[in-house]
Design a protein around this ligand. Structure first.
Ligand code: ATP
Ligand code: ZN
Length: 286
């Protein structure tokens, strides 16, 4: 039987859609029918297991799955010996201390002797102990934000992305103690045939992620400025330059990192670039 790489992704929740989307962007076709527990891709030796996110690190460690996509928060909380192979960047959130509106907060020292409700006791305890604060940590598996109003805790430590849920429960976010994004994990001793499949998958994932970070730009430029432009824009090797009928001008095509994009655009305009076109890149491989 053919070797398949088993990938565990969240069945339904905040990680599901983007986990499937990144795999689809790699050209891998599958039904993504989340009613199933297990599904094989049509055109790549990979099999999906749809699971609760909490179970993913354990299943990877126990070889039920070979790789998994999970929030870094879940991975760090469980502290299991699986390896993070990629930070996928999506499902960004933070683990924050949030207090009732009247609570006077002046840094973590204000938490001394308090009762804190959280679903992430290990991450919280390690932060408190680093700061020398002694507090009572109460583990709740869900609905943490209602704990202060029903009197079981003085404050909470919970995942936040926008803060809207906190506000609607009369809580104020005062300090982020931890930041998380989705990561891909695997176990340390993966079999050789599976490593080969994983490497093929990672090559595709890297190309998709890299493409997201860059823009493709094209513009016309007075020829006399081409050397200055080459040193500004770079490109994968160097920019592609084509002659125009008007011999004073040339056309330039190159890629620019998102982080430098506006800066580069201003410099190009200052050098007389015209007709600047910018497009997204779908995939990019070295
Ligand atoms: P499951 O049923 O699979 O156990 P869940 O309720 O534990 O689901 P979700 O709420 O879907 O989990 O969150 C999954 C992950 O999404 C979190 O562990 C975290 O990494 C990330 N996340 C991003 N933004 C938020 C947010 N605002 N609140 C909670 N988690 C978030
Ligand atoms: Zn969960």
């Amino acid at each position: 039987m053919d070797t398949l790489l088993r990938i565990a992704i969240q069945k339904s929740g905040r990680l599901s859609e983007q986990s499937m989307q990144i795999i689809k962007a790699c050209g891998i076709r599958f039904g993504s029918d989340s009613r199933l527990l297990k599904e094989r891709a049509e055109n790549f030796p990979i099999e999906f297991l749809y699971l609760r996110d909490d179970d993913i690190p354990r299943y990877v460690l126990d070889s039920v799955a070979d790789i998994g996509i999970v929030g870094r928060n879940e991975f760090d909380e469980q502290g299991l010996d699986v390896a993070v192979i990629r930070d996928l960047g999506f499902s960004k959130c933070r683990l924050s201390i949030a207090v009732p509106l009247g609570f006077p907060y002046n840094g973590l020292a204000s938490l001394e002797g308090k009762r804190i409700a959280t679903s992430y006791p290990n991450i919280l305890k390690s932060k408190l102990s680093d700061s020398g604060v002694h507090a009572k940590v109460l583990e709740l598996s869900g609905s943490v934000e209602i704990a202060p109003s029903i009197g079981v805790a003085d404050l909470i430590c919970d995942l936040v992305s926008t803060g809207a849920t906190l506000a609607s429960n009369g809580l104020r976010e005062v300090e982020a103690i931890y930041h998380s994004t989705a990561v891909m994990v695997t176990r340390h001793e993966l079999e050789r045939e599976k490593v080969e499949i994983l490497d093929r998958l990672l090559m595709r994932i890297d190309a998709v992620m890299k493409a997201d970070d860059y823009k493709y730009i094209m513009f016309n430029l007075p020829k006399e400025h081409i050397n200055q432009v080459a040193s500004i824009v770079g490109g994968m090797k160097s920019p592609t330059v084509t002659p125009l009928l008007d011999q004073q001008w040339c056309a330039v095509q190159t890629v620019v990192h998102e982080a430098r994009f506006w800066d580069v655009l201003e410099q190009l305009k200052a050098l007389g670039a015209q007709g600047i076109l910018v497009t997204a890149i779908e995939k990019m491989a070295d």
